[in-house]
Design a protein around this ligand. Sequence first.
Ligand code: NAD
Ligand code: ZN
Length: 369
Amino acid sequence: MRVVRVPLGERAYSIRIGEGLLSGLGQDCERLGLGRHCTIISDSNVAPLYARRAAQSLERAGFEPREITIPAGETAKCLARVSDCYHELARHRAGRDSFIVALGGGVVGDLAGFVAATYLRGLALVQVPTTLLAQVDSSVGGKVGVNLKAGKNLVGAFHQPRLVVCDLATLETLPPRELRAGFAEVIKYGIIADARLFRRLERDLDPLLRRDGGALAAVVARCCAIKAAVVGHDETEQGRRAVLNFGHTVGHALEAVFGYGKYLHGEAIAVGQVFAARLSARLLGLPEGDVDRIRSLFERAGLPTSVCLSPHQRENVSRAMRLDKKTSAGEIRFVLAERIGQVVWGRAVAASVIREVFDLLLRKPSGGG
Ligand SMILES: NC(=O)c1ccc[n+]([C@@H]2O[C@H](COP(=O)([O-])OP(=O)(O)OC[C@H]3O[C@@H](n4cnc5c(N)ncnc54)[C@H](O)[C@@H]3O)[C@@H](O)[C@H]2O)c1
Ligand SMILES: [Zn+2]
């Protein structure tokens, strides 16, 4: 088992990474000195697979777990489902000393985390992420929240978990497309912070896609360590935490324009990262060879690196980029790479340059879709 610490003073916590950790969840929670009552929040795909095992482990350690199951999918990450959870917690008479276990992907983690941040002004939270994306990204760092019709993640809070348990064995049941989407965030960590990780991914991508336990453990731990360090320096995104948004300006815009469904988040940010790499070549002299390495790694992972947009959609993507909450004063700011492993953030980019680089990314509808 590997352990990564998130260095946040008295709110510091551990991320435990290994195969089969779900059956030790109860013992891990015991060490935190939490109250006996807890509620496992999961979704309709994950609960039938893993909720029983989580509950039994908690029971063996003397806890009294309840379960709440929300529908699977991004549309459940909304205030209506948050409200359902509040009512369930009230019905179960959950008190200030009870805690929430978020068992699932990023949707469950964000929603259950938001419930934990707000119910009774805050309950302790344990994250048990079951997607690759959630293990390397969303379960770590304390951002929790839900979507509004007007946009993703518009309502939220910072609420750090007390513990994160990444059981790599849960990835075995993850649909292949979801696994590949998780690799978009994994590759991102290589680009923003660690050229060695990037080279390791180039070398080990095939065993990783086959879910080889040893290869996954090393990579998930490295990604968590990078995120932990970034969050430790800048918990509430006053500056440096923005590097985690590499590729996300275009990615979020694609998600918004196509509606949540056509592109998974990981797929949208794969396109966005190739865009950001090209922009980096143009503005910061990122070598063309590195742009090619980045594009080809996403391709090998089975992720899209270009998009097909009608003129109307293209206009909408530009508008969505300007509306992204990461923009300030009407300027679109980007995280750009100087080289693989090193990025700068907050770079304002002129609309004309964005248009030019966008042209390189577009596939013509006749070009095979
Ligand atoms: N808080 C953050 O810092 C942060 C960071 C990145 C992303 N996010 C959020 O994360 C969400 C995306 O997370 P995601 O990609 O994990 O999606 P998800 O939670 O929707 O999970 C993807 C699908 O896989 C299913 N699933 C999950 N684990 C499974 C398993 N082990 N076996 C079989 N099926 C399983 C889910 O039911 C769902 O259908 C988005 O809402 C995004 O905004 C948050
Ligand atoms: Zn992301």
